[in-house]
Ligand binder design. Structure first.
Ligand SMILES: [Zn+2]
Length: 348
């Protein structure tokens, strides 16, 4: 069964790659690699891992990771790892799979993964920078806006709960946290959308706007740009104490990512895929004695993501067999989830 699944996986990835490549060439998204023009795309990456300890003292780490193209939402690479080892950090399985996918992208798809959209965790990106061998191309990272906003709120929530600060200060901060995040989100959207205006916005103007957010939220508007607010100064001096430094620091950390935020990207589509994976992994406890059980479930998730609930029909077709019952085809044609397969079919 695993062999058949692997064949189907291979066919699906190849097919997806062909479609993505065609689209990139049509749109003129090309880079020059070793003197040759090559289509380049943005990808989103994610992974998951789990750890099990057995009675006889063995640890098993299983993990999977996926590379998905941004515009088409098609999977270009997927892999699993299984390590019986205590020292092996599970997180490194994810980067191992992703680095492998990048390093094989030219050979396997004829594609360069030029930009990667990732969550706040930069360890995978560091591995990509250090270990991906694209001649004369440096992979850039775009920050996922949702994760970045979550990361700006986290230290603020901590400050608002930290009893070293006076209760009255914490009470002032608490309702402002959501306003800080909302202001940051609007600054990102505005600066993203006006990059091609006569007076263009840049990562520097975004940076200024984010740095100014604490002033704005606490009533001092002399540095606010017109688009940002039209309020009059009513400075609230009560926060000009220790807690103020923490608020400023959280916003400065976000501002430092301006160059990677102005593209206004998010990694939501990967979360859709990961939800599919956990659906297949949860519930029934993984039968360890069943060889390849983990891998088969991860591949089932890939098929379900690609083809929808009637994925068996899609897999049969990907394998080049057409004997599946007509009812499957009829059902799958009515299914909205099937949109990705339909796109490819129409292109044929
Ligand atoms: Zn303001």
């Amino acid at each position: 069964m695993l062999l058949k699944f692997k064949n189907a996986q291979n066919c699906i990835l190849k097919q997806n790659g062909e479609y993505v490549k065609k689209l990139a060439i049509e749109r003129g998204y090309l880079v020059i690699v070793a003197g040759k023009e090559m289509p380049a795309v943005n990808v989103v990456v994610d992974g998951s891992w789990s750890k099990r300890t057995y009675g006889h003292g063995h640890d098993s780490n299983t993990g999977m990771a996926v590379i998905i193209e941004e515009d088409t939402k098609l999977v270009l690479w997927i892999g699993t790892r299984n390590k019986y080892c205590r020292q092996y950090p599970p997180k490194s399985m994810e980067s191992e799979i992703i680095v492998e996918g990048f390093n094989k992208s030219i050979e396997f798809h004829g594609l360069v993964y030029q930009n990667v959209i990732g969550d706040g965790d930069s360890s995978v990106y560091h591995e990509i920078l250090n270990r991906v061998q694209y001649p004369n191309i440096m992979v850039r990272k775009f920050e996922c806006v949702n994760h970045a906003l979550k990361n700006v709120k986290k230290p603020l929530i901590e400050s608002s709960n930290n009893t070293k600060h006076k209760l009255e200060l914490r009470k002032i901060l608490k309702p402002k946290i959501e306003r800080i995040a909302t202001a940051a989100a609007s600054a990102i959207i505005y600066n993203h959308e006006h990059q091609y205006d006569e007076v263009p916005t840049t990562s520097l103007t975004l940076r200024e706007d984010i740095i100014n957010i604490p002033n704005h939220v606490f009533g001092s508007h002399h540095k606010c740009k017109e688009y940002f607010c039209g309020q009059k100064d009513e400075p609230d001096d009560t926060v000009l104490l220790l807690i103020w430094q923490e608020i400023k620091k959280a916003c400065e950390n976000l501002a430092n990512k301006s160059g990677r935020l102005i593209q206004n990207k998010n990694s939501n589509l990967c979360e859709g895929f990961m939800a599919q994976v956990s659906k297949f992994l949860q519930g029934k406890r993984l039968n360890v004695s069943q060889k390849n059980g983990y891998e088969i479930r991860v591949l089932s998730a890939l098929f379900a993501y690609q083809f929808g609930p009637f994925w068996l029909a899609g897999v049969t077709k990907a394998l080049g067999r057409n004997q599946h019952p007509k009812i499957w085809i009829d059902l799958s044609r009515q299914n909205l989830w099937n949109s990705k397969l339909m796109i490819i079919e129409q292109e044929d």
